[in-house]
Every structure is written in structure tokens, then in C-alpha cells.
Design a protein around this ligand. Structure first.
Ligand code: AVJ
Length: 331
């Protein structure tokens, strides 16, 4: 599988050509919809990836720290099924791969032939993670994949026989997907796996509303900058004239999904030009940019059942704020 991953590098969403055309049609379609919306996938150009890394370091953004606590405590248990077997770690939405390194270091001790395939839409983030892992483990085989989740999963079918897979979907990246999309993705992941392969999926748990609000609207305004960078990116790449000072970041809680939602609110009546089109926004009109779903333990069990995984363990941090579900693809 690993050779195929390297050879079939997909066109990159922060590259050019095909992706630029998709970015353009996503933005134009999103601006024509009501409410207007941008898919959150497009947050992660080079600037956006860097801003997310800064979010991860904020005192208010607890997700990464909770998950790191879990991985440090449970690395042995997660690595145990792979002892003595050649293994590939596939890291969906790897970002800077920061938490993954906790697992790689443990797997590296017990696995004779370890490979690492970080998957991300941001080429800048991939370059960083490749450089980091190669510096730390010069003999680790690293196969970066610049692709969206679906494209990466398609390539798992071409895996090398005899190699076990551990697929990571950390950080509550799954929370950006509506429930039906999440189930579809987990099903296609399950289908791509063979007996004995495992998945480790991070879920941010439903908790005190104030904690959630602060995590998505921090005091320093880094999350606001991350959200507003979408408009800056549209300006940079699609010949647009969004006035960033005429928009504000808003984070709201939707108790039905439940999820935190991010919006860009127009602070005045205004006209915007994008790729030769004109859009008129009302004062107070909001563009939807992201959902970050929050889960109960029962939701996680339902995901496993609906996607055909066997639950092996549900690993929580000491505050019970975040969960990593360890699932096995049965025979
Ligand atoms: C990287 C998708 C997990 O939804 O919590 C952080 C992105 N957005 N602050 C999340 C994000 C606003 C993050 N994920």
C-alpha cells in the first residue's frame, strides 16, 4: 500500500489547477446558498494551517492537550496488537502530526517494519510533518499523502498484504462532518480495512457550554483570525475584494446536533466581488464556515455499530472531556 501512496500523490487543495477550480465553485456555490456557507476544508492553506497550530496551543483550546494525555497514558495498549508485525500508521488529517509522534515512538519499539502515511489537504503541513518525523526517526518510512479523506481511503485498498494498518482520525476532526457524512466515511474506512486492522478515532465530548464557547472564541482572537483567513484566502486566490474589517467571527452552540458552529458575520450592508460576480450582503448576515460536533459516549458506540467496527476500548482523559475510541476491523 505504501508504494502506491507515494506514487499516486493526488492534486493538492492548496496547490493549483483542478483544486483552484473546485475552490472557486465551492465558494461561488456557497455564496449563492442560504445561509451562505464555505466548506471548512478550505481553512487549511499555509496560513490557515499555521493558525490552527496556534489555536492548538491556546489555553482555551483543550482538545489537543486532552488527547495527548490519553495517548501518553494508553500508547502501550494501542500499540499492543501490532507487536512483532509490519505496520503502517495512516494519519487522517495529520496536521503537524504532533500527537501522533507519541504513538509512533511506542510502535517503533515493538514493530519490525513501521511506516507512516500522514494524510492532509495542506501540503505545507505535510512538509512540516515529514521533516519532523524524518529528523526524529531517520529509518521510519514516511509516505505523505496530499488528499482529502475519501481519496486517501480509496488508496488503502491497494495495501501490501501482511502489513497491519492502524488508521488514526484524531483531534475530533470527525466533528467537522455532519452525522450522515461521518457514518459514510467510517463505513468506507471499515470496508478498506482487513481483519486485525485498527482505527483510533478522537471525539470531543459534550461538556459545559462556557468551556466550549471559550474554546471556539479565544481571548487573543486567534480563532477569529483562523476564520477570517478564509476570506483572505478567497481574496488571494479568487480575485475577490472581501474587506476583512467588515466581518466578525462568531461561535454559536447548536444544541440539536450538538455542535459548535463558526460564522463570519457581515458588520454592515456591503457588496463583494468574487471571480467576476457580485454578491450583496445584509448587515448582520452570517456566512457559515464550520461545525465542530460534540458527542456523548452513546453516540460513539452508535458510530462503531453503524460502521461495522468492533469496539475495543473507549479511552478518556482525566477530566472526561475527550475520548479516543479504539476499534477493530473484525474478520
Ligand atoms: C481541527 C477540525 C478539530 O473543529 O475543533 C478549531 C478546527 N476550528 N477552532 C475543531 C477548529 C476552530 C478543529 N478541528
Amino acid at each position: 500500500m505504501t508504494e502506491t501512496v507515494a506514487a499516486e500523490r493526488a492534486p493538492t487543495p492548496d496547490g493549483n489547477g483542478e483544486d483552484r477550480a473546485r475552490f472557486r465553485s465551492d465558494v461561488l456555490e456557497g455564496l449563492a446558498a442560504r445561509p451562505r456557507r464555505f466548506p471548512s476544508l478550505w481553512f487549511y492553506d499555509e496560513v490557515g494551517s499555521r493558525l490552527f497550530q496556534r489555536i492548538a496551543e491556546l489555553p482555551e483550546y483543550y482538545l489537543g492537550r486532552c488527547e495527548r494525555e490519553i495517548l501518553e497514558r494508553e500508547a502501550g495498549r494501542i500499540a499492543a496488537p501490532f507487536a512483532g508485525r509490519p505496520c503502517t500508521v495512516v494519519d487522517l488529517g495529520a496536521g503537524d502530526g504532533d500527537k501522533t509522534r507519541v504513538l509512533l515512538s511506542r510502535l517503533n519499539q515493538g514493530t519490525p517494519d513501521l511506516a507512516y502515511a500522514p494524510v492532509d489537504v495542506s501540503v505545507a503541513a505535510l512538509r512540516q510533518v515529514v521533516a519532523q518525523t524524518e529528523r526524529e526517526w531517520p529509518r521510519l518510512k514516511v509516505f505523505p499523502v496530499a488528499a482529502e479523506y475519501a481519496g486517501a481511503l480509496r488508496r488503502l485498498h491497494a495495501r501490501e498484504p501482511g502489513r497491519a494498518l492502524l488508521v488514526l482520525f484524531l483531534g475530533s476532526n470527525i466533528g467537522n462532518l455532519e452525522r450522515a457524512q461521518a457514518v459514510a466515511l467510517l463505513r468506507s474506512l471499515r470496508t478498506a480495512l482487513g481483519p486485525g486492522d485498527h482505527a483510533l478515532v478522537g471525539f470531543d465530548l459534550l461538556k459545559d457550554l462556557e468551556v466550549l464557547r471559550r474554546a471556539y472564541d479565544d481571548r487573543e482572537g486567534v480563532t477569529a483570525a483562523f476564520n477570517l483567513n478564509l476570506l483572505a484566502r478567497v481574496n488571494r486566490e479568487l480575485d475577490a475584494d472581501f474587506d476583512l474589517s467588515a466581518f466578525a467571527h462568531r461561535a454559536t452552540f447548536d444544541p440539536v446536533r450538538p455542535a459548535m458552529e463558526s460564522w463570519l458575520v457581515s458588520l454592515r450592508r456591503q457588496r463583494v466581488h468574487v471571480a467576476g460576480r457580485t454578491f450583496r450582503l445584509a448587515e448582520g448576515e452570517a456566512i457559515h464556515t464550520e461545525i465542530s460536533c460534540k458527542y456523548r459516549e452513546a453516540d460513539i458506540a452508535a458510530f462503531a455499530a453503524e460502521s461495522g467496527f468492533e469496539e475495543r476500548a473507549l479511552l478518556l482523559d482525566s477530566r472526561g472531556w475527550f475520548a479516543d475510541a479504539l476499534w477493530c476491523a473484525g474478520g
